[in-house]
Design a protein around this ligand. Sequence first.
Ligand code: BGC
Length: 370
Amino acid sequence: MNPLSFLTTVAVSAATAGSITGPAHAETDPNAQFTLKNAGGMEVRLAADGARITALKVPDRAGLLADVVLGHDAVDSYRTSEKKPYLGATLGRYAGRIAHGSFTLDGVTHKLAKNNGPNHNHGGLIGFDKVVWKATPGPDRVRFDYRSPASEEGYPGNLDVSVTYTLTEENELIIDYQATTDRATPVNLSNHSYFNLAGEGSESVLDHELMIYANEMLLIDDTSIPVGKIVPVADTPFDFRQPKQIGRDIDQANEQLTHGSGYDHTFVLNPNTGGSPEPAATLYEKNSGRMLQVFTDQPGLQLYTANFLDGSLTGKSGRPYLKRSAVCLETQHFPDSPNQPLFPNTILRPGDIYQTRSTYKFSVSDSAEE
Ligand code: BGC
């Protein structure tokens, strides 16, 4: 199908009942944004820059839409803003930190860009969040492609990556990641959306209720690198096995919370044992009734409570983005896996296909338990 047939709003068949709007020269326009809509009114806006989510409008109990992700209206604002906290972006080639920006693979040591104190984070100085992807829009989806050249930010091998966002009639945003390489390389892709279910620009997420399907988490050092220990969450502020307000324990005296300046930790997701899969995380905001369930095939979930937003960045609503005014639920492999032999493998080899899926499903509910 010719992607340029989606120049303007195209209503598609009743079977899918979705629509997409996008620019005339989507493939070459660095500022291209696309808006997917479903029959229920949910809307997702996506930008080729950073293959990012720039808006996500979902209904509350009364059917009123609010944009529940932090971001900007103009694509350019993501580039020019001095603060670049990866709002809504695709993270890669490796989401999360790699200690000292270094790893040894098949006997060769690779040096990566250090962009986070002594460490490498989210793919380096120019990670996948800062490049323009080639966009291919379809009626209910947009596929973004990018070739990450060999030695980009220090990584070996040319990596061909695609990220496809699909909006379903069940108010799910499905993110499919795929990658292939011509030389062995670490790969770990994720999305860095900042959620506030009361609407972006609302002051805090500390009263949101969160449940995480994890009995264990990774301990980190004071530069946020996993120390290699997987520990139970029971009897710690990291116990989200039952719905709990994000703010309930966040200010407890706890070395791990000090290291992260709040929650900035990887949870080890419990394996799904058949039947219908458990959500990796459920987020609920009681005033609006909005609920977000996150499903993933990945082993980890990074919980980040926007500890480093400080109000100096202003978003779509014109309101400042304050510390803890949003929460990121990043589905991914564990940080620093290329240096940690006990963590699940993150090395992609020629001939293999990296293929993962995460789904963000929205609904309304009268309680966090549903
Ligand atoms: C990291 C944080 C970091 C944030 C924005 C999160 O994924 O874990 O430490 O500050 O991204 O860069």
